[in-house]
Design a binder for this molecule. Structure first.
Ligand code: CA
Length: 526
């Protein structure tokens, strides 16, 4: 698109910087239609000063001070991270609490998808046998068994999409009673109960590990699926936990362990294979949104389109989670003011305070978030990154907050507190009960999860062109003016219904690109 006319994008009329939209950036001497002339060469997605900015004066983007000029910045010059001094994070006292009451949005009715209805009322978008592990020690054996299950058993059960080992590094060598240890434990418990696994829970345990199967999945935590998994406990029927314990005396030799896993897996496969998709309302979607490998276009194209789609989902009665604490910390006042009740705002402040203290223990703050790629992509600091990240949440009132690893139990727009780390955020959103994931990227990442479909959105046309068989949606068309934010938001909404129904596969599913589950463990290891 080198022939494209010089173009910059401003986010708010009060901003004194804008970003260069053209592929490849623009050379010094470029004259924009408004008369602005570039003093420096400015790379694509990087900022240009729209007026002379004196030393120490605020630099504004998204109508927010993203930094203070470290030296005088001439109109038309390149404004990059070394020329900005970052503002301090907003204090958590005196925040506006539930002050903004967005006008009620018209309900969006009549949209449906084809999903797997579970006994607890939740809906899966895929039909997967998940094998839970109590400890990393069993990962090799479980993986060996899963390969054989896929080759020898899965072809007999054509209505089951996949078999997935829930591998992780937790379970032993950890301070399991330390404050914070409940986070990885409940995360793993709740992932085992993700709607895409149909209530079928199967555990592989070593035997001597700290995280014993009964601690991971205590009585009453798993559903009764039929008479075969009912434990004999007198009057109150309870589901029997299906555990294959490798140290069990009955296991003589490696192959007897593999046979145990395969025999138990087949019982679950038989039941999963009887499930069929049924038409369900779009309100059964539980969507987790996040971004990774962000650039300055993330907050201009892909994230606003996600925000538009978030509003559509909330209007349709669905659940949408946004997350990534360090990427909302600098916009906390925007979020507490949008909380539907004071209790929701207080819960959000509690999560921010917990995370501030967590980072403080490691002698860093939220600014440790940004990466070399973010900066190369034009994002000068965490304040600028956060303003672009928050727009994924759209404009609906925030109706709930959950802590890391907790299960989501309500509809609407939810703040699910998680680290911004792509793998940890995805893992925690899975635990919350996510059945569809939306992921935006500007630098490009091939991210995927084995447990739920991941729809990936490119922020720039150039990335969408080069990664044409990895990116599901090109939001770069917003920067070039070919499409509006609303056009791409609706495109995303329709694609979600198609992917949720199994009518379409995402590129990550097509290529089977799966990242590891990464548990968030703020507690010590031993
Ligand atoms: Ca992320």
């Amino acid at each position: 698109m080198t022939t494209q006319a010089p173009l910059y994008i401003t986010m708010h009329e009060a901003d004194n910087v804008a970003i260069v939209a053209n592929d490849g950036g623009l050379p010094a001497g470029t004259v924009f239609p408004c008369g602005l002339t570039l003093v420096d060469k400015v790379p694509q997605a990087h900022k240009v000063a729209l007026v002379d900015i004196s030393e120490g004066a605020p630099v504004r983007r998204y109508n927010v001070t993203i930094g203070y000029a470290a030296q005088p910045l001439a109109r038309g010059s390149w404004v990059h991270e070394r020329l900005l001094k970052m503002p301090a994070a907003r204090e958590l006292e005196g925040l506006p609490i539930a002050t903004v009451k967005p006008p009620p949005q018209e309900p969006l009715e009549g949209y449906t998808f084809e999903g797997y209805r579970n006994l607890d009322g939740s809906v899966g978008t895929r039909n997967i046998l998940a094998i839970t592990q109590t400890v990393q020690c069993v990962a090799g054996v479980t993986d060996f068994a899963v390969q054989r299950i896929k080759a020898e058993l899965l072809p007999k059960y054509p209505h089951v999409d996949d078999v997935v080992a829930l591998e992780h590094t937790y379970g032993c060598g950890v301070a399991i009673d330390a404050p914070g240890a409940e986070i990885p434990i409940r995360t793993l418990r709740n992932i085992s109960l993700n709607p895409n696994f149909g209530g079928e829970v199967m555990v592989v345990s070593l035997g001597c590990e700290k995280l014993q199967p009964e601690r991971l999945l205590p009585p009453g935590s798993i559903p009764i699926v039929d008479e075969r998994n009912v434990a004999d406990v007198g009057d109150s029927a309870e589901a029997k936990l299906d555990v294959v314990c490798l140290q069990d005396d009955a296991h003589v030799g490696f192959m007897s362990m593999i046979e145990s896993v395969m025999r138990q897996a087949e019982e679950h496969l038989e039941r999963l294979n009887t499930r069929r998709r049924v038409t369900v309302p779009a309100s059964e979607l539980v969507v987790g949104v996040q971004c990774g490998g962000s650039d300055a276009f993330s907050g201009v194209t892909a994230n606003p389109a996600v925000g538009y789609c978030t509003d559509l989902l909330v209007r349709a009665g669905a659940s949408v989670m946004f997350s990534e604490v360090t990427e909302v910390r600098d916009g906390i006042d925007q979020l507490t003011s949008r909380a539907s009740t004071p209790e929701v705002a207080e819960a959000m402040i509690r999560e921010m305070a917990w995370y501030d203290a967590y980072l403080d223990k490691g002698r860093v703050d939220r600014s440790a978030n940004t990466t070399p790629g973010n900066k190369k992509g034009g994002l000068s600091n965490i304040v600028e990154k956060a303003m672009g990240s928050i727009v994924k949440s759209g404009s609906a009132p925030i109706s709930g907050v959950i802590s890391p690893g907790e299960k989501l139990k309500q509809k609407g727009l939810i703040y699910a507190a998680t680290p911004a780390s792509d793998f940890i955020c995805g893992t925690l959103q899975l635990a919350a009960g996510m059945n569809l994931h939306v992921f935006t990227t500007g630098r490009g990442t091939p991210y995927g999860l084995a447990e739920v479909p991941v729809i990936k959105v490119a922020t720039r046309a150039d990335l969408a062109r080069r990664w044409h068989d990895l990116m599901d949606i090109n939001a770069g068309t917003i920067a070039t003016g070919e499409k509006t934010i609303a056009d791409v938001g609706w495109e995303m909404f329709q694609l979600m219904l198609d992917v949720a129904s199994g009518r379409k596969k995402t590129w990550a599913e097509h290529w089977k690109l799966h990242n590891a589950l990464v548990l968030f463990n703020p507690a010590p290891v031993t």
